[in-house]
Ligand binder design. Structure first.
Ligand SMILES: Cc1ncc(COP(=O)(O)O)c(C=O)c1O
Length: 386
């Protein structure tokens, strides 16, 4: 059976009244039959999750080729759990310069207070990664492609270097939603996703997932989520489970729409460049082709010129694309990436004035989206000519 079929039919349904979805059990208390059951029945308490959680975990394992999935209340908490589960006080964690900003902050500020040293590397610089590994490191945190600037690292090469030195690897796999990329199959130890994005897919719930195919690593994550009391409510877990049913279908449409818009943007005089790994112009296009089976709806482009008023005019010309920090939902969104680009890489600092636009292409008709962007470019041109 193919994965998209399994994601639809993974609920067997039991009992006299069979339903295609599991019941949403809103429970902290689980009633236990006798004294023996008190300490042996699992789950014995709602925080460990109930029917919906088990089905969502199974779906995420299927998507990511994992044996264990741990659910968390948000994508950021999934990143924090993954990072904290592989380091101890005195250890060094290497992070890619383009992992999601708040994940970077967690590693560089919070883990530092817990005695962990954090060092950044450029996602394209294998030599630098190897040198930092040789200086001593216990774990590496990757994201593919990187947030906002969409670099694709050579994951198999990094994994090879890491494995030879007993270093654990983590990958934020939210962009591909597990549909187009399986980091665990490439040897990565832990894959994380913000379920909030494509898995939930409707911009109406938060969730995170931490996945591994290694029993030892699973034990560490299990202990940490238990000690920190990490859990996700049944309604949120249900929203994510429901999203898994249509995830491959939605992603195929996001991909189609985004590639259409990216190709069109590349033809425009007002656009300096389009940063989309599926375009041959992307510096890591060959790595993307090798390690991914498709692309999602999120990419960036850089506008020519550097005038605030022009960017404001561009945004005011939009009727369908809205300003919003999230992505992965049915709706098209964009953000000028101002103050988020606090990067090591000098080549990005010049784009901190908002010319780098991150765009999420939703499920609307792509011709409507092109027309919308045409309105925005025409408003930008009018502003330029004033
Ligand atoms: C790549 C990536 N990882 C993690 C997160 C965090 O997800 P959440 O907002 O659910 O905490 C985000 C949110 O934008 C993200 O873009």
């Amino acid at each position: 059976m193919k994965r998209s079929t399994r994601l639809i039919h993974n609920h067997a349904g039991t009992g006299p009244r069979r339903t295609v979805n599991p019941p949403v059990e809103r429970a902290s208390t689980v009633l236990l039959a006798d004294r023996k059951a008190l300490y042996s029945q699992k789950p014995g308490y709602g925080r460990m999750g109930l029917s919906v959680h088990r089905e969502l975990e199974a779906a995420m394992c299927d998507l990511e080729q994992a044996t264990h999935t741990y659910l968390t209340p948000s994508g950021l908490s999934a990143c924090a759990v993954a990072a904290a589960s592989v380091v101890n006080a005195g250890d060094t964690l290497l992070i890619s310069d383009s992992i999601y900003g708040p994940s970077r902050r967690f590693c560089e500020k919070r883990l530092k207070r817990m005695g962990v040293t954090c060092k950044r590397f450029h996602p394209r610089d294998l030599k630098q990664i190897e040198t930092l590994m040789d200086e001593g490191a216990q774990a590496v945190f990757l994201e593919a492609p990187g947030s906002l600037t969409f670099e694709v690292s050579d994951t198999p090469a990094i994994v090879k270097l890491a494995k030879a030195r007993g270093i654990k690897t983590i990958m934020d796999n939210t962009w591909s939603a597990g549909v187009f990329h399986q980091p665990l199959a490439l040897g990565v130890d832990i894959s994380v996703q913000a379920l909030t994005k494509y898995v939930v897919g409707h911009a109406d719930a938060f969730g995170g997932a931490v996945m591994t195919a290694d029993r030892e690593t699973a034990r560490e994550i299990d202990d940490l989520t238990e000690d920190w009391g990490i859990s996700i409510g049944p309604e949120e877990a249900y929203s994510a489970l429901r999203g898994t049913r249509t995830l491959p279908t939605r992603l195929a449409q996001h991909e189609k729409n985004a590639v259409r818009i990216a190709n069109w943007l590349e033809t425009l005089e007002a656009v300096d460049s389009v940063i989309h790994p599926a375009l041959p112009s992307h510096p890591d296009h060959e790595l993307w082709k090798r390690d991914f089976s498709g692309s999602s709806g999120l990419f960036s482009f850089i506008l020519k010129g550097d005038c605030d008023a022009e960017i404001d005019a561009f945004i005011s010309g939009l009727e369908i694309f809205r300003l919003g920090f999230s992505w992965g939902g049915f709706e098209s969104l964009l953000i000028p990436c101002d103050e988020q680009l606090t990067r090591l890489a000098k080549d990005w600092t010049e784009y901190r004035n908002g010319r780098l636009i991150r765009i999420h292409v939703g499920l609307e008709d792509p011709e409507d989206l092109v027309e919308d962007l045409e309105r925005a470019f025409s408003a930008l041109a009018d502003e330029k000519n004033t």
